[in-house]
Design a protein. Sequence first.
Length: 235
Amino acid sequence: MMLSVRGLTVSYGPIGAVHGIDLEIGAGEIVALIGANGAGKTTTVKAIAGLLPFGGSVTLDGTPLRPGAAERNLRAGIALVPEGRGILGRMTVEENLLMGTYCRTDRRAAAADLAGMYDRFPILADRRAGLASLLSGGEQQMLAIARALLSRPRLLLLDEPSLGLAPKMASFVFELVASLRADGLTVLLVEQKARHTLKIADRAYLLELGRVVTSGPARALADDPVISQTFLGGR
Ligand code: ATP
């Protein structure tokens, strides 16, 4: 397994948010974390990214990751697209993208990757000199994902990338996530839009109140009548 999480616990002060989660992600998989508001999805991905102290163990290719070592994790190949996107609106589109390359030392390859990103997302090329705050919500999500890709991650953590987007743009984002697999990326996708998510994911974990209540192949979860009724809002 590329990423292995064992007995993950996270608390905010005295309040426990994640109570012993186990999860695994194999190379090249798209794994979804689904569950209601407050289930602990964001807390889990932040802990994996190194942004929160945690108990238990998280290993990447067998190497333990230290809690709170976000920059080290980024260099090890874990990139996070945070909930709310984390775009710096008063900087230009290009400045936001360049931030994605700051941890790299291969400047020439990074410049080539930036050019490649503009080919892939022509809207970002058109707007490269404009302020990021002037992009639409969907374009900002595209920018956030492109910025994360520019760190050349092996594991991409995406926290609610479709949140607040118009349906057409949300579909575009789901297609984009599905296409990342072809780039050889491994993805942990946190989403509220469970049905859509289960269509593009290989496997999924359903969280409730900081625990995994069920996990398995995404298609099996989507087809399970009890899960469908209880967690996915029926058919
Ligand atoms: P959402 O979809 O709303 O982001 P989630 O599944 O990602 O939900 P978390 O944001 O991880 O859930 O929250 C898990 C629990 O931790 C919730 O009970 C939440 O109230 C609590 N929590 C989250 N962030 C904080 C914080 N900064 N301080 C205190 N409690 C927090």
